[in-house]
Design a protein around this ligand. Structure first.
Ligand code: PXG
Length: 288
């Protein structure tokens, strides 16, 4: 596998980062997870815009243009002969001193991995996921804005550990007011009385690229959709529930905290959204 690292393509074994890189020492950096479908990078510009916003939030000045990063991303796919896969694009603060000071890290690093992704086991796309709510709360925006896709993912990792300990593949994280924020690596949606409802980003949800696509799909399918504050009660009493993410795409949820959602089977609106998503992934991509 060829990895793009600071302007060069290197073998996986040679793709190394310094132990003094603040991305490693402090989680000081930003990243994107992007999909490649039949030689098309899904919503690449939106991913690169989010990367720029995340970097700006950390005052991490990226010395590359969006076009340069886009080309490096496409070239990484080409170098690996990949037409379908998952791209991980990472920007670190770069090498600095021992000590937090980011201003002592003059040169950020960028690396791009284009590989395959293990989705949820295939059967869950037809049977649906059983998820739970975990005790770990989504970070307060006044501490670390959850909209920043930073290399510091411990909040989500702690929640993921709790999910696994409870025997679930994914879990709901509440914000510190007790409203549903999102899942550990996916955005959450419910269907109630024919409407699609999802928490606003201000409730602690990442502004997911797949989530954005759901707004477009809802408009296309003429299904009303709104951002609302959701409690667990709302999800327990929903007619349908589904999650979205770059890796997960659109996956139905049929149980939360031991309570069946709706009929306990993936819902019809979820199925229509999933179908519409699959029709869009290639056409909405940038050709590599
Ligand atoms: N919420 C969070 C916290 C995420 O990290 C999403 C929602 C979905 O956003 P997109 O843009 O992908 O539709 C994400 C992104 C993993 C993993 O291994 C998942 C993400 C990122 C990194 C790793 O499960 N999902």
């Amino acid at each position: 596998m060829k990895i793009y690292l600071d302007g060069k393509f290197v073998d996986q074994a040679d793709a190394k980062i310094s132990v003094f890189d603040h991305g490693l020492l402090y989680g000081d950096g930003v990243f994107e997870g992007i999909r490649l479908y039949q030689g098309n990078i899904f919503r690449l510009d939106a991913h690169l815009e989010r990367l720029e916003y995340s970097a700006k939030a950390l005052l991490l000045k990226m010395p590359w243009s969006r076009a340069e990063i886009a080309e490096a991303t496409a070239e990484t796919c080409r170098q690996n002969g990949l037409t379908d896969g998952y791209i991980r694009l990472v920007v670190t603060r770069g090498v600095g001193d021992l000590g937090l000071s980011p201003w002592l890290c003059p040169v950020p690093s960028i690396f791009i991995i284009a590989a395959k992704i293990a989705l949820y086991p295939a059967e869950h796309y037809t049977t649906g996921l059983s998820i739970c709510t975990v005790a770990t709360r989504r970070m307060n925006p006044a501490a670390l804005p959850p909209a920043v896709k930073s290399l510091n993912y411990l909040n989500n990792i702690l929640a993921k550990i709790e999910a696994k300990q409870a025997g679930c593949l994914e879990a709901i994280m509440l914000n510190d007011q007790g409203y549903v924020a999102e899942c550990t690596g996916d955005n959450l949606f419910i269907v109630h009385k024919g409407e699609i409802l999802t928490p606003a980003a201000s409730q602690g949800a990442l502004k997911g690229i797949t989530r954005d696509a759901i707004f477009d799909i809802a408009a296309e399918l003429k299904i009303p959709m709104r951002e609302v504050n959701l409690t667990r009660y709302d999800v327990w009493n929903a007619d349908e529930c589904f999650l979205t993410g770059t890796a997960a795409e659109v996956i139905p949820v049929v149980k939360l905290d031991g309570r069946e959602i709706g009929t306990g089977k993936p819902g019809t609106i979820t199925g229509r959204v999933l179908g519409a998503f699959h029709r869009r992934v290639v056409v909405e991509g940038t050709k590599i």
